[in-house]
Design a protein around this ligand. Structure first.
Ligand SMILES: [Zn+2]
Length: 335
C-alpha cells in the first residue's frame, strides 16, 4: 500500500512526477493505461491518484490525508464514485462494463467526478472491449479511467490509441530486497535473489523455491572442494552436481551462484564486507579471501562468465563444468 506521493517517487519517480503534475494543473487525461511487470506499484498508484482527487483535505502538494471519509472509502473499496473492475473468472465480460456504464450515467452520487480502474485489462473479451471503447470515445465530464496490464501487447489497438500509456519500470535491486525481507524471506536467499532478477515476483518465487536453497548449498560445497583439490571437485561434480543441476538453465543458475561467491571474495578483499551475500559462510570466505590474490579471483570470475557464454552457445553442460573446474583449480595452490 502506497500512502504518499513521495513513497511512489521512491519506486517510480517518473510516474509519480507526471501524475502529480497533471493533477495540480488539472490536466488529467480521460484514460490511462498503466503497464509494467507485477508488483511495480500500478494498482497502488491508481488508488493514490483516486484519493488525491477525492480527498476532502488534500494539501497543496496533492497529498491526500488518508483519514477523511473519502480516503477511507477508496481504500476499503466502498466509494460510490470509484469503481474497480477485476476479471470475473478468466475474463472481463461485457456485462461488467455495462454495469459500470449504468452506474456512471446515473447522476454522480456524491460529486461530478467519476473514477474507474480495470485490472488485467488484457482479459477483456472482444465484446467488453468494444463496449468500453464507446465509453472512452464519449467520456463523461470529469471521468478518469485507469486500465492496468502486464501485457500491453494484448490490448486492442483501438483501446490503446485512446489511452495515455504510462510505463512502470522494474524495481531497483535494493527495493526488491527490502520488499522480500518485509515479506519474511530468508535474508541470504533474498539478497541473492534480488541480485539475480529485477522482477519482484520472480525474486519471490526464487526465495520460496526449495531447489534454490539446496542449490546454494551445492554451490558452496563445490567451491570448498575446489579449494581442496581438483580431483575432489571433479568427483563432486559427478556425484552431486550433474544429478542436481539437470538442464542448461539450472546449470546457468548454479554458475550465477558460484559467481556470487567469487564476488564475495572480492568484496572481502576490498574491505566492503557489508556487500557479502553468502553471510552464512562469511568466516570461511574471509579465510579463503586471505589466501587468494585479487588478480586470481578476477580471473576465476572471468572463467565463470566464459563458462556461461559457452553454455548459452550450446556446449554440452558437462563439458563446460569439467573445463571450468580445471580453470578454477589451475594455479590456485601456488598463490
Ligand atoms: Zn482524505
Amino acid at each position: 500500500m502506497i500512502n504518499t506521493w513521495s513513497e511512489l517517487t521512491d519506486i517510480q519517480p517518473l510516474v509519480s512526477r507526471m501524475l502529480q503534475n497533471s493533477i495540480s494543473k488539472n490536466r488529467l487525461a480521460h484514460a490511462y493505461l498503466f503497464e509494467g511487470e507485477k508488483a511495480t506499484g500500478k494498482k497502488d498508484s491508481a488508488s493514490l491518484l483516486a484519493r488525491s482527487l477525492f480527498c476532502e483535505h488534500r494539501d497543496e502538494s496533492m497529498q491526500p490525508c488518508n483519514e477523511c471519509t473519502n480516503c477511507r472509502r477508496i481504500v476499503s473499496g466502498n466509494h460510490p464514485d470509484v469503481h474497480i473492475i477485476e476479471p470475473d473468472g478468466l475474463s472481463i465480460k461485457k456485462e461488467q462494463i455495462q454495469y459500470l456504464q449504468d452506474e456512471f450515467t446515473k447522476k454522480a452520487v456524491e460529486s461530478n467526478r467519476k473514477f474507474y480502474v480495470i485490472t488485467h485489462a488484457e482479459k477483456m473479451t472482444v465484446q467488453a472491449a468494444n463496449s468500453l471503447l464507446k465509453f472512452l470515445e464519449e467520456p463523461l465530464a470529469d471521468t478518469v479511467a485507469i486500465l492496468i496490464t502486464e501485457q500491453p501487447q494484448r490490448i486492442l489497438p483501438t483501446i490503446l490509441s485512446r489511452c495515455q500509456v504510462i510505463t512502470f519500470q522494474p524495481l531497483p535491486t535494493h527495493l526488491v530486497l527490502k520488499k522480500l525481507i518485509d515479506e519474511g524471506a530468508d535474508p541470504q536467499s533474498a539478497q541473492i535473489a534480488s541480485l539475480l532478477t529485477n522482477s519482484f515476483e520472480e525474486a519471490k518465487q526464487i526465495c520460496l523455491d526449495d531447489w534454490f536453497a539446496q542449490a546454494q548449498r551445492k554451490v558452496v560445497k563445490l567451491y570448498e572442494a575446489l579449494n581442496q583439490d581438483y580431483l575432489k571437485a571433479l568427483i563432486d561434480l559427478q556425484e552431486e552436481w550433474f544429478g542436481f543441476f539437470k538442464d542448461k538453465d539450472q546449470v546457468d543458475r548454479g554458475l550465477d551462484l558460484l559467481l556470487l561467491i567469487y564476488k564475495d571474495l572480492l568484496y572481502i578483499q576490498l574491505d566492503n564486507k557489508d556487500a557479502v551475500v553468502f553471510k552464512s559462510k562469511q568466516s570461511e570466505l574471509e579465510r579463503y579471501a586471505l589466501q587468494s590474490q585479487q588478480r586470481k579471483v578476477a580471473e576465476h570470475m572471468e572463467a565463470i562468465l566464459e563458462a556461461k557464454r559457452r553454455l548459452m552457445s550450446n556446449t554440452n553442460p558437462q563439458l563446460v563444468m569439467e573445463q571450468l573446474v580445471l580453470n578454477l583449480q589451475e594455479g590456485s595452490s601456488f598463490v
